[in-house]
Design a protein around this ligand. Structure first.
Ligand SMILES: NC(=O)c1ccc[n+]([C@@H]2O[C@H](COP(=O)([O-])OP(=O)(O)OC[C@H]3O[C@@H](n4cnc5c(N)ncnc54)[C@H](OP(=O)(O)O)[C@@H]3O)[C@@H](O)[C@H]2O)c1
Length: 330
């Protein structure tokens, strides 16, 4: 575990010279993304932050941006509206950012929730949480990679379930479209390994970019209530899950600081804020740049046996399928 004291000491070294100059936060309108933006802006460094979110959150975000400006007048936070569960919208938002910037230092992805309710599809025919937690996030990465390539220590942090991969990925029905093949557990055991294996290939193909798939542990953001659960599941969430989350969650502040550390420290791959502790181990079990599966204690959890099996048996199939789905939006 990286101690909170060490996290704060590392984050205290973020200044005009070391801060990510341009960041893009997708999902920064609530929860972990929002806590991390606040921690980043509170460093007092000069920076530009694109805060991407849907129309319904715009008014709330104007107040948040004012709050951030009061904390740090050198931070320019730019509201960028987009319905990012739709890939066409994701593409449009990426085009806007690409037209304004020549480099991006940090791409931070958190949109999504656990789908406790029945399968719900977007107008583009994708299950909504799979679109938010996988396809839209990968599309952001693919569009913005050329700009990330222009930064000195570029980084992509995606928050979902790094280290929790299982080999039970359903390769015959990657989008869980077959009747009866969708549910909250199935979605988690499908999207997490898809995420890791795709990010690992992206990391191999872009060795200068640091990729982190973070598992945040339990953070009391209200995320479990988003999934439209009904019947007994709704009662289960209310009576069991919510009290447990309330009791055992990482605080908002700690979660924000830990994710800021994951976004900036050289502990992961050697680029970024100087780190004198033990170097992090990537998904290939090496202390080198690549994909890092990082848990809520900021430990690297390579989940080596499962990730190796995914690499051998699933990576190519998942990649090809993703390319097919994303092609019209690239
Ligand atoms: N919190 C935890 O304990 C925990 C644990 C494990 C994994 N995770 C995963 O980690 C990620 C971040 O979690 P979090 O707790 O920070 O989430 P959160 O607070 O619930 O925020 C999720 C983000 O997703 C956006 N979003 C939700 N539904 C959307 C939709 N239909 N269309 C567009 N945007 C939508 C929200 O936008 P609005 O602000 O506009 O609603 C918000 O920006 C999620 O994928 C979550 O499943 C969380």
């Amino acid at each position: 575990m990286v101690s909170y004291k060490d996290i704060l000491a590392s984050n205290a070294l973020i200044n005009d010279a070391t801060a990510p100059r341009v960041s893009v936060f997708v999902g920064g309108t609530s929860g972990i993304g929002k806590f991390t933006i606040k921690a980043l802006v509170t460093t007092g460094a000069t920076m530009k932050v694109y805060l991407v979110g849907r129309k319904s959150s715009e008014e709330r975000m104007h107040a948040f941006i004012q709050e951030l400006h009061a904390i740090n007048s050198k931070a320019e936070v730019i509201w960028t509206e987009g319905e990012i569960s739709l890939l066409a919208e994701t593409q449009r938002v990426c085009e806007i950012i690409k037209s304004k910037e020549s480099r991006i230092d940090l791409l931070f992805l958190t949109a999504g929730y656990a789908p406790f309710g029945p399968r719900q599809e977007t107008a583009e025919g994708l299950e909504i949480t799979q679109s938010l937690e996988y396809y839209s996030r990968m599309l952001f990465i693919l569009h913005l990679l050329p700009l990330l390539g222009e930064a000195e220590a570029p980084r992509v942090v995606s928050v979902l379930g790094g280290g929790l991969e299982r080999v039970t990925i359903d390769l015959e029905d990657l989008d869980l479209k077959k009747p009866g093949n969708f549910g909250v557990i199935k979605a988690r055991t499908q999207f997490i390994p898809m995420h890791t294996t795709t990010m690992e290939k992206l990391a191999n193909d872009n060795p200068n970019v640091t990729f982190i798939h973070s598992w945040p542990g339990s953070v009391n953001t209200g995320n479990v209530k988003r999934g439209n659960a009904n019947g007994i599941l709704r009662w289960f969430i209310w009576l069991t899950l919510e009290p447990l989350i309330f009791l055992f969650s990482t605080s908002d502040e700690v979660s924000g600081q830990r994710h800021l550390f994951e976004s900036t420290s050289a502990a992961f791959g050697g680029h970024g804020i100087l780190w004198n502790g033990k170097p992090g181990i990537n998904s290939l079990e090496k202390p080198a740049n690549g994909l890092f599966l990082v848990n809520y204690k900021c430990d690297c959890t390579p989940n080596a046996e499962v990730v190796r099996l995914l690499r051998e048996k699933a990576q190519e199939k998942v990649w090809d399928h993703m390319q097919e789905v994303l092609r019209p939006y690239l």
